[in-house]
Write a protein that binds this ligand. Structure first.
Ligand SMILES: [Zn+2]
Length: 312
């Protein structure tokens, strides 16, 4: 079970570790450098001069003189550092993410490195190995025979749905019979999203239904963490809608909550199904149907293959 609270804590700890390691390396380098007597003298002289500098106004004759002295010492420092095999940069913490200095946030928004960690944890939890996922640039369209041109268009459209801003379009519904490659396509989409550092959650409708049951029976204070990844991920992929049992007061209620919240927040959702729109309307009621097939917020695509022409 994905627990967003644990994920966030784990990631914050990973990032904290990285920051501390970077600081430690810088400190170790400094201690190493200070074993050089000439460098040590120069280093503390600069520190003293900086204290002196703070006593004078910017631009005053005294300040200018001190700055000149600091500059002289810095030349010595650089030379001696080079003798130790170090540069000025080695004395500063070298964070692995230059965007957020390993804090995980840029302007109060999650940094791409934070999202990448979320995805790593999530994939581990789901047992998905990113390296075994198919990718858009390696699809062999020949296997789709006479449908290959249509299929290629659908793959291109799906790829751009994942990576581009789509205005008001937040939903992509792919429907077609079993065996036409819907899952394969969503796995390409997952791979693409991961490469784009989007926080992505991939689930089957069957597993999602289990999450809904857990949510339904959870204590109030635990509830928010259960649905969070599904409500807040940049991209949610639900494979094989219709493969799950419809549970009273659970499946339809929470599916609606999910789709409605996501589209209102401009978050993307990809759904695959082999149910025709008419069957979806019968099974999931009008409100879910309207969230899935609303042309303003969604794109609907028929995956070509034998016996699966959907008549509008
Ligand atoms: Zn970052």
């Amino acid at each position: 079970m994905i627990n967003k609270q644990n994920f966030n804590l784990t990631i914050q700890n990973i990032l904290k570790d990285r920051r501390e390691k970077a600081k430690q390396v810088a400190e170790d380098n400094l201690n190493l450098a200070l074993k050089n007597e000439k460098l040590k003298q120069s280093f503390y002289k600069v520190r003293g001069l900086q204290v002196d500098l703070s006593k004078f106004d910017n631009g005053s004759a005294e300040a200018k003189q001190i700055l000149a002295e600091i500059e002289k010492e810095r030349v010595i420092l650089r030379e001696e550092l080079a003798n130790c095999g170090l540069t000025k940069e080695d004395l500063k913490p070298q964070y692995s993410c230059k965007l957020c200095n390993d804090t995980g946030f840029v302007d109060k928004k999650k940094c791409s490195c934070f999202k990448a960690e979320q995805n790593t944890l999530y994939l581990n939890e789901c047992g998905i190995n990113k390296n075994s996922l198919p990718s858009f640039d390696k699809v062999d369209y020949q296997v789709f025979g006479s449908y290959k041109d249509d299929v290629k268009k659908i793959y291109t459209l799906t790829q751009s749905f994942v990576t581009k801003e789509n205005g008001t379009k937040t939903n992509l519904v792919l429907y077609g019979q079993t065996g036409v490659g819907k899952t394969y396509l969503t796995e390409c989409a997952l791979n693409e999203a991961l490469d784009s550092d989007l926080y992505t959650v991939y689930t089957t409708a069957f597993k999602l239904n289990e999450v809904f049951i857990n949510y339904h029976i959870a204590k109030l204070d635990e509830k928010q963490y259960i649905l969070s990844p599904y409500l807040t991920s940049d991209l949610l992929i639900i494979d094989d809608l219709g493969s799950e049992n419809i549970l009273m007061n659970v499946t339809i209620e929470y599916l609606y909550l999910l789709l409605d919240t996501r589209s209102r927040n401009g978050l993307k959702t990809i759904i695959t199904t082999n149910l025709t729109p008419g069957k979806i309307q019968d099974t999931y009621e009008d409100r879910v149907f309207s969230r899935i097939f609303n042309k303003q917020i969604g794109l609907q695509i028929t995956m070509p293959g034998e016996d699966l022409r959907f008549k509008k």
